[in-house]
Design a protein. Sequence first.
Length: 363
Amino acid sequence: MRIASLDTALYRIELPVPLSDSTHGTMTHFELVTVRLRDAEGAEGVGYTYTTGAGGAAVHALIDEALRHVLIGAEADRIEALWQRMWWKLHYGGRGGSVSLAVSAADIALHDLRTRRLNQPLWRALGGYDPSVPCYAGGVDLEFTLNALLRQTDDNLAKGFRAIKMKVGRARLSEDRERVRAMRAHLGDDFPLMADANMRWTVDQSIAAARAFRDFNLTWLEEPTIPDDVVGHARIVREGGVPIATGENLHTLHEFTQMISAGGVTFPEPDVTNCGGITVFMKVAHLAEAFNLPLTSHGAHDLTVHLLAAVPNRSYLEVHGFGLDRYIAQPMEIHEGTAIAPDDRPGHGITFDWAGLEKSRER
């Protein structure tokens, strides 16, 4: 069946509560870019990507002005071939960045369209390992007071989370250490606790921070330094003494290959909306499995739960507080620390409130 139409839109989504980390500062909104593909029989597939508040117009334009010409009239189920055509269409203008976000959104829509036509949930079509996926609450809370951080933690526990991530990367390492200490005391010795630095430090600073946190039994320290420094990441893993998660800012399969093969990551962490879509996410998952590494994820939890449900080496699904749930008909369910990939809806099962989103449309 051939693709008959493509619609794309850009929305500004206001955050219910401003969020903060060490590199993006305070965030008041994010940008959502959606893709809707329909075939000649009217079947529809939906994909999306997002930014932390800037650059969405470029992603939208790449889809609307370039990828449209690749996809319209093409055979919808030849996803690998279409991925290659999209990638090489835009390759010269940037291997990663906005290009990867644009290709990701279109690729997600293609997989959704295919599995809706098959009348299969996405997680089953991709491998069908286990629909129950351990998850954690991903706090974006660097500038929260300690009391606010602990209140947020209690709210997340009440929602059913049994693993939690906090932000680090404040002006003084001693402040980070005290906040991690307070969280560990609040949660108990064995509760899964992660800390995320959002690329704040140099390699030597990262090693010092990792060593400062060793007494607190972190599940992982996330993105301690810039993703471009593969050799530096390997040093942090060797010398820091805590597991390292990274990958949300790696935008190609080749970047993941370099990081994993160099020993620079303990928990590879792709984001399906910026790594190249479902096609690349699943290749990263299998690459991690070949290196005997547990896989985690970043962002887009309603979609990513399907991808982690498909593979045996998944660890934790990140559940983000971006406030998209209010635009989704059936948000992801969480039961006692486990996210459930839906088995009663074909495709990824995400149904957007398009009328509600229209009020936030930018173009």
